[in-house]
Design a protein around this ligand. Sequence first.
Ligand code: CP
Length: 313
Amino acid sequence: MARTSAPASPTRPSGAPKHFLTLADLTADELNRVVRRSVVLKEMWRQGQHYEPLKGRTLAMVFELSSTRTRVSFEVGMHQLGGHALSLSPSDTHLGRGEPIEDTARVLSEMVDAVMIRTFEHDKVERFAAASSVPVINGMTSRFHPCQLLADMQTLVECRGEIAGTAVAFVGDGHNMCNSYVRAAGLFGFELRVATPPGHEPDPGLLPAPNVEFVESPVQAVAGADLVVTDVWSSMGHEGEEADRRAAFDGYQVSPALLNQAKPDALFMHCLPAHRGEEVSDDMLDDPRSVAWVEAGNRLHSQKALLEFLLVA
Ligand code: CP
């Protein structure tokens, strides 16, 4: 079995760290390089190759919100790259007792090689990164979910070969996933059509955005689409609004019947967790056009490529 390792005593990078708070922190070229590298790392993993460029390196994962996929993929990814990940939450650290986020960033920078943070307020991640001397990765905020987009783009490359020129439809809530798709359209060169109910549009601060068109209905959005994407109607932070939101999003459910309006070989993606009977019909995730499970698994490979890019490249 091939084994490739970094030196046992990794050196600290000099100069300002690279962060990944939004897709725009990387150039289009860098993003495409990370996505292509994800495909290569996945193949190496499938072949059982050991590749440990992060031996001796540590990732701190700060979770102020729940997670299954992000937590497992970063922890397993660091392990596979030869490093180590530790998980911190407000309930078991001083983050929950009022220690300023900037102080936490400075302290973690003295001990770990990178920090992944999931929190509600996007400006908190920005403040954390501004005080950090090691790379900071946005593991999801209410504004953006850039790591999910890396996995989605990897899945698109694997299934279709190319991202540029692809027609993508986003149907549903203009929240962090929709914002991320709006930003990704220009950077990756795909055409995005967005259908959201009135009052649930993506962040106006991101608009106008290249390659993005807004349409009146889900059917208009998916017409001719290569890929259809949706997200939950009530994200973290919308607790207590579920009934109102179910009413507002009536007619925006993605189902096999809606997919029939897209291209015959269209794909369906969902970042998960999904709420069957709300943004997706009971049978959508099991439809042969759904690649949601592959998409979830690709969080592992795309984040390994991101960690390699930030810490080794
Ligand atoms: N898609 C996603 O980020 O999943 P988790 O909330 O489980 O991490």
